[in-house]
Design a protein around this ligand. Structure first.
Ligand code: AMP
Length: 420
């Protein structure tokens, strides 16, 4: 038997119900904030991510599914959504739309990570981007949306960690500091972090390796926040003030470093207390230089992504059920073999106002009602030769037991009344 590829999952049943609940919540809140939906391709030229996410990041160095097309061009399955959205912003000239442009998306992302609970190779994100504004209000807008979507799903055991990674020059100073501080102890770092010491020392702060954690602690390495320049500090304080005014509970986390190179200034993650090692439900940040990295004009932006599967795990851990998929309204049962085509016609007549299925074989009434119940239908419709001759259907409400023989328009009315 052929199975799904390791680290990928089919979405169906309860998993799909959770998935849909998270996507619909994102749609509702993002559209409430005036965002337009965007769906970018799931693969892009590899450069989009190399330049956008950053060559020194774990994502680009180790986690991308990259392949060549038939013309030998390098393509990559998207590991995240922002770089593609900003590429689309530039390609479609959104720079001349009224700024800022607000976009939201939902879809699969791909990272060649070691699969474990809460970590997959194909996973799903919903995301929100505000492009073309540098004001602290839009940072706060993005944070409050990401928080309220999750809170609105009923989640409570969450922690919002807010930080700032400063401006490019602040980061350069911090990287220089880290290099100077850590270089004499390089042999105590993990192999990955020794490489990071050359390419991008800030990444070491994100390391999960025990050796790295111990060394950082022992050396009492100062946090990025100590290195913020005046402008980045003022921006960070303004964002905090806006969030307090909006009633968003956050904690300043001086150590926050996100795994993508394009972030500047505001950066945040939302963690869930019951999720164990992979506890981040989502995260976001400001990415003012990203447009230029992709060859565009300056276009400051801020955005976030939520991990749909993680949010589902968190909801499960808190005992929260997804919105159930709607069941069948009506199951039409032909009582004679030659009435099967009429049953199909009857079902088709009701679509799409009612959700209707029909039996492909003639059933005795008792058996037909049983089958309707097994299918989870609210009503059963019996179609015998009398009904066929009169153009009616004998409909039974499977909840109340009430039964009436009605014309199709009356059936519609009764059922819509009964299920509304
Ligand atoms: P990131 O772009 O890495 O900040 O990811 C945003 C969110 O996507 C994370 O907080 C997770 O909830 C989710 N996520 C990232 N990588 C994975 C993965 N491999 N499997 C499942 N969810 C993931």
């Amino acid at each position: 038997m052929i199975r799904a590829v390791k680290g990928t999952h089919d979405l169906l049943g309860t998993a799909l119900a959770y998935h849909r609940t998270v996507v619909e919540a994102t749609r509702r809140w993002a559209e409430a904030a005036g965002a337009e939906e965007i769906a970018t391709p799931i693969f892009e030229h590899t450069e989009v991510f190399e330049r956008g996410v950053g060559r020194t990041t774990d994502i680009v160095q180790k986690e991308m599914f990259t392949f060549s097309d038939r013309g030998g061009r390098s393509l990559t399955l998207r590991p995240e959504g922002t770089a593609g959205v900003v590429r689309a912003y530039l390609e479609h000239g959104m720079k001349v739309w009224p700024q800022p442009v607000r976009l939201w998306y939902a879809g699969p992302m791909f990272r060649a990570e070691r699969p474990q609970k809460g970590r997959q190779r194909q996973f799903h994100q919903t995301g929100y981007e505000v492009i073309g504004a540098a004001e602290p209000e839009v940072d706060a807008e993005a944070v409050v949306l990401s928080w309220r979507i999750l809170a609105g799903l009923g989640l409570s055991r969450m922690r919002l960690k807010l930080g700032s990674v400063g401006d490019a020059e602040d980061r350069a100073r911090y990287n220089a500091y880290l290099r100077e501080r850590l270089a004499p102890h390089a042999q105590r770092l993990s192999e990955d972090s020794r490489r990071r010491l050359e390419t991008n020392p800030m990444r070491i702060l994100d390391s999960k390796a025990e050796a790295d954690r111990r060394l950082l602690e022992a050396l009492e390495v100062r946090p990025m926040l100590d290195f913020l320049g005046e402008a980045a500090r003022a921006h960070f304080e303004a964002v905090q003030a806006r969030l307090r005014a909006l009633g968003v509970p956050f904690e300043v986390d001086p150590t926050i470093v996100r795994g993508l190179d394009y972030y500047v200034r505001t950066s945040w993650e939302i963690h869930h207390e019951l999720l164990g090692a992979q506890s981040a439900l989502g995260g976001g940040g400001r990415y003012d230089g990203l447009s230029e990295l992709l060859g565009g004009p300056p276009a400051p932006g801020v955005g976030w992504a939520l991990g749909v599967e993680r949010v589902a795990l968190a909801m499960e851990a808190e005992g929260l059920s997804p919105a159930p998929a709607p069941g069948l309204d009506l199951y039409v049962v032909p009582l004679e073999p030659d009435l099967v085509p009429r049953a199909l016609e009857m079902a088709a007549h009701f679509w799409p106002e009612l959700r209707v299925q029909y039996a492909l074989k003639a059933r005795r009434p008792g058996k037909g009602l049983q089958e309707a119940e097994r299918k989870g239908a609210r009503f059963a419709g019996l179609l015998g030769s009398d009904e066929a001759a009169a153009g009616t259907l004998t409909v039974k409400d499977l909840k109340t037991g009430q039964q009436r023989t009605l014309r199709p328009d009356e059936v519609k009315e009764w059922i819509r009344g009964g299920t509304a």
